[in-house]
Design a protein around this ligand. Structure first.
Ligand code: KIV
Ligand code: NA
Length: 265
C-alpha cells in the first residue's frame, strides 16, 4: 500500500473523514498505521513520554528521534511532526531551517505549527519552498504561559471572531490541513465551512473534516484526561493486571516455569 500524500489529504476536504492519532514509538505506529490516514508525532510527547508539565520544554532532538521511529513503524499513513516551541516563531527563515531539519531527520511528510495570522507568512514561506504545513488553532498548548491554562477557547464573541480569522489566514497562506482544538462547536463548524483545507477536530466538532486524539488518552492509559477525550480502551488496567501477575510469579517462584527455561539438547 502506498503512503498517503499531502495532496490526497487535501482532496479529502468535505469527503470521508480523516482519521488521525498521535504516535511517538515504533510499535504504536505499527499498530495504528493500518487504521489511520495520518499519524501525528505530537509534542504532547513532552507530557506523555517525558513527564514534563507542558510542551514548552520539548526539544528538536526529541521530535526528530520520535518522528524517525514513527516513520520506521508505518508505511500507509502520512506522518506529521509537531515543531516544538521556540523552533519556528521568531522568523520564517528559522522555521524553514528547523522544519527542513525535521523532515530530513525523520522522513515525515509535513510539520505542524501552532498559531494564527501572525504566522501566516511563515506558512507561505515553508509551503512555497517544499514543506507542507498543518496549522493548529484555538487552544494552542504551547501558549500555556500566555493563556494561563487549557480552558476552552472562543467563549467571548471577540475571541471567537479572532480564532476564525486566524484559521482563514492560515488556510489562505497555504496550510494543507488544520487542527482545531478546544473551541465551542459553532466556531469549529464555521471554520470548517469557511476554509479550503480539511479541518481536524479535537474537542471541537464531529462536523470537522477529521478527528485526532492523543492515543494514550483514548486507550485509557491515563486517568486524568480532558473532557473531549473518549476512552476507547482500558490499557492502564490491563498493564496493571499483567504486572501484578508477573510480580506474584516472581515472588512465589512460579515464573519462570518449564516453558520459559532452556532444556539440555
Ligand atoms: O501534540 C499533540 O498531540 C497535538 C494534538 C493533540 C493535536 O498537537
Ligand atoms: Na502538539
Amino acid at each position: 500500500m502506498k503512503r498517503l500524500t499531502v495532496p490526497r489529504i487535501r482532496q479529502r476536504k468535505g469527503g470521508e473523514p480523516l482519521v488521525m492519532l498521535t504516535a511517538y514509538t515504533v510499535r504504536m505506529a505499527q499498530l495504528l498505521d493500518p487504521h489511520c490516514d495520518m499519524l501525528l508525532v505530537g509534542d504532547s510527547l513532552g507530557q506523555v513520554i517525558y513527564g514534563l508539565p507542558h510542551t514548552v520544554a520539548v526539544t528538536m532532538e526529541m521530535m526528530a528521534a520520535h518522528g524517525a521511529a514513527v516513520v520506521r513503524g508505518s508505511y500507509h499513513a502520512a506522518v506529521i511532526v509537531d515543531m516544538p516551541f521556540g523552533s519556528y516563531e521568531a522568523s520564517p527563515e528559522l522555521a524553514f531551517a528547523n522544519a527542513a531539519h525535521l523532515l530530513k531527520e525523520t522522513g515525515a511528510a509535513a510539520v505542524k505549527i501552532e498559531g494564527g495570522r501572525v504566522l501566516a507568512p511563515t506558512v507561505e514561506f515553508l509551503t512555497s519552498r517544499g514543506i507542507p504545513v498543518m496549522a493548529h488553532v484555538g487552544l494552542t498548548p504551547q501558549a500555556v504561559n500566555i493563556l494561563g491554562g487549557y480552558g476552552v477557547r472562543g467563549k467571548s464573541p471577540e475571541e471567537a471572531k479572532s480564532i476564525v480569522e486566524d484559521a482563514v489566514a492560515m488556510s489562505e497562506a497555504g496550510a494543507f490541513s488544520m487542527v482545531i482544538e478546544g473551541v465551542l462547536e459553532p466556531i469549529a463548524i464555521e471554520i470548517t465551512n469557511k476554509i479550503a483545507c480539511p479541518t481536524i477536530g479535537i474537542g471541537a466538532s464531529a462536523q470537522c473534516d477529521g478527528q485526532v486524539l492523543v492515543t494514550e488518552d483514548m486507550l485509557g492509559l491515563f486517568d486524568r484526561v480532558p473532557k473531549f477525550v473518549k476512552k476507547f480502551g482500558n490499557m492502564g488496567a490491563s498493564v496493571e493486571d499483567a504486572v501484578r501477575e508477573y510480580a506474584s510469579g516472581v515472588r512465589d517462584r512460579s515464573f519462570p516455569g518449564p516453558d520459559q527455561l532452556y532444556q539440555p539438547a
